[in-house]
Design a binder for this molecule. Structure first.
Ligand SMILES: [Zn+2]
Length: 111
């Protein structure tokens, strides 16, 4: 049985990416299309050997993708597109943009 490897799947329209773990490029495309919620044909995949170490875990921490790989993510609260240039707070694996300074450590708006 082939081993799963990491791929970065990218959709062409808005340029959103996601990491998928798959045995083949075709499987990676299929999974990427599902995760990105777009047509199979709109997805391109590239091998991401430096993310292979996350195969066991099945997911890559978003913080690492943003800080080490320069990815954009969506703010958990307002869906704003945020990235390495923004001063983000991390609540576990969820990014929170600077527009929510009143969020407490549990990720809830203080009062
Ligand atoms: Zn926000």
């Amino acid at each position: 049985m082939a081993e799963k490897r990491a791929f970065v799947a990218r959709e062409d329209q808005a340029g959103w990416c996601t990491v998928v773990f798959a045995e083949t490029r075709g499987e990676a495309r299929y999974k990427g299309a599902g995760k990105l919620d777009v047509d199979f044909i709109a997805v391109g995949v590239n091998r991401a050997p430096d993310l292979d170490k996350f195969v066991e875990k099945g997911r890559v921490p978003r913080k690492l993708l943003v800080e080490k790989h320069g990815w954009w993510v969506k703010c958990t609260y307002c869906n704003a597109k945020v990235g390495p240039e923004d001063s983000l707070k991390w609540h576990g694996d969820f990014a929170v943009c600077e527009r929510h300074p009143d969020l407490n450590k549990d990720g809830e708006h203080g009062r």
